[in-house]
Design a protein around this ligand. Sequence first.
Ligand code: ADP
Ligand code: MG
Length: 250
Amino acid sequence: MIQVENLHKKFGGFSAVDGASLTIETGSITGLIGPNGAGKSTLFNVIAGVHQPTSGRVIMDGEDITGLPPHALFHKGLLRTFQLAHEFSTMTVRENLMMVPASQAGESIINTWFGRGRIRDEERALRAKADEVLEFLTIDHLSDEKAGNLSGGQKKLLELGRTMMVDAKIVFLDEVGAGVNRTLLMTIADAITRLNKERGYTFCVIEHDMDFIGKLCDPVIVMAEGKVLAQGSADSIMQNEAVIEAYLGR
Ligand code: ADP
Ligand code: MG
């Protein structure tokens, strides 16, 4: 689905991504791991159109999507999750989901030229969709809770929920388990697995928890110092000499 070819991203003279090439297969849950500062988030940001690459290409289903802005990628079904913006924390969980098509697509789904009845229909449809998403993620009991009151893990589920409000094909999740308790981490893993199996989502997941990566991801890609170091099953990765060296030093 995604091919990254010899991608470079420099900040000043520093190469955060230094000639990375990798492939994300359609239907996979691909893991991306590596020491802090390896360039994982920067790679995500370049793929998702947040940063322009210094050089190199990103191909999606055979089409060159290098440097397209996030809203254009959004229309192609490529989404990167972001932590909840501050202003969304005072809205309810359901309202957060209902906001998504308008805020992320760069155009309002409730367009001004729709008649009043039409707006009510759109709102009803959005609300029904949001409730379906909340049920799927098993957080429907939190529908009317202010998003700012959610735990870290519940916020991650809500981020995942925002990708479900649109027809995502591939979703990039950055440090999905950071600050999340064990139980919720497994709920998130379960939601990712079901979205993959039942709805055909492809995922690329950055995470430090190797237990989570090992259970969820195949293949796993390892980055270090801006480059792809290895790719393979979680088991083979953990036995790879170069990978062990990158994590533990010489
Ligand atoms: P990772 O997600 O693997 O921990 P990052 O992609 O966040 O790594 O960062 C890779 C390197 O690039 C780090 O050394 C970081 O300090 C640097 N970096 C990331 N973003 C910027 C930026 N906007 N400006 C300057 N340096 C950056
Ligand atoms: Mg990062």
